[in-house]
Design a protein around this ligand. Sequence first.
Ligand code: LLP
Length: 423
Amino acid sequence: MHHFNYREGVLHCEDVPLREIALEVGTPCYVYSYSTLIRHFRVMDEAFSAIPHLVCFAVKANSNIAVLKALAKEGSGMDVVSGGELFRALRAGVDPERIVFAGVGKTAQEMEYALRVGILMFNVESDQELETLEEVACRLKIKAPVALRVNPDVDPKTHPYISTGLKKSKFGIAIEEIVEEYETAARLPCIQVRGVHCHIGSQITQVAPFVEALGKVLGLVDRLRGLGLDISYVDMGGGLGIQYKDESPPPPAELASAIRPLLEGRGLTLILEPGRVIAGNAGILLTKVLYLKKGRVKRFVVVDAAMNDLARPSLYGAYHAILPVEERAAGAMVADVVGPICESGDFLAQDRELPELKQGDLLAVMSAGAYGFTMSSNYNSRPRVAEVLVSGDRFWVVRERERYEDLVRGERIPRFLLSEQSS
Ligand code: LLP
């Protein structure tokens, strides 16, 4: 469910015609629907209302501080994976006690930052990371709250780049070895064991892998409690998929009814780290047709957005629906939708059925609210695009389009290059 619909033949975000945004803000730009974001958060939150839980939005999916603020006002916590994401979450006013910190490569500096602000817990991914955290925490005379991330060896049946819970993956600690690691953690004076963390992958479209992983996690919780460890949180990560094309992922309520019975009466608080399911269909990338080009064997629609703005098609071969802002039936032509970047991999769609298009037409690249702007770059020295938030019949630029000056910010020409002589 989202709030991007045609009204009288014109695609709107909530009550705002997208062409109005294109006129005022220019293209390309990301457009987010506030009502959709909030609705998705509430659906997730309410699905689990019968058990103690905390929804921590995965900041990596969409880290704009207006988006984070909107979710924080609904009571969302945040899942962060870097000092930068922690900074954003705090800037958006998120209570540090609702923040969890994951990732295989946290630096001592990032640990110190998170310890000083008092986050809910670190999701620790290796023995060396645990040692470093212990050192940093002891130095600060703080007890670091932790969960260890277990790699349960469960196949989430998704794209290999976004599967994280298999034996061969860099994430987490193998389930066979983790009890020992917990025993070590429990002996460390500046570590406070709080929970178990697990995240098996992203864009998962079935309930079964979650149930399988939770089963293994709960088995682990029982063993750890048997050893006298105080486990009060189970963090199941994110991963619930969305519809990009014809997938039919389970709605949050279905996931909740499958896993709730396993958790009831266990004295555990469930943490969830959804990213895509909250932000994915709450945003689009608005772009304009620059040129129509006929190759020898293919037609191309050259648009002003490129792989640096939305990397998912090039990186994962991901499908994003592309709709004309002025409604027209698809099928008039088959073409690749490509950007201006100097790479053959720069496409937003390949062999796509599209309506007949002309120069200047506006297109909406759908389902781009998660892992869209956050994965964008300045490749080919393209300024990063503006982000716009819509609520009802109003909209706000929540991130300005970068200017050329932003591209060289922080760069310097060393003195020797400025001297007249070239030697
Ligand atoms: N928690 C952890 C520890 C994660 O690693 C991730 C995503 C999430 C939560 C949120 O997962 P979600 O609910 O969004 O599936 N760039 C890729 C997705 C990478 C996901 C990485 N981790 C894409 O565009 O498909």
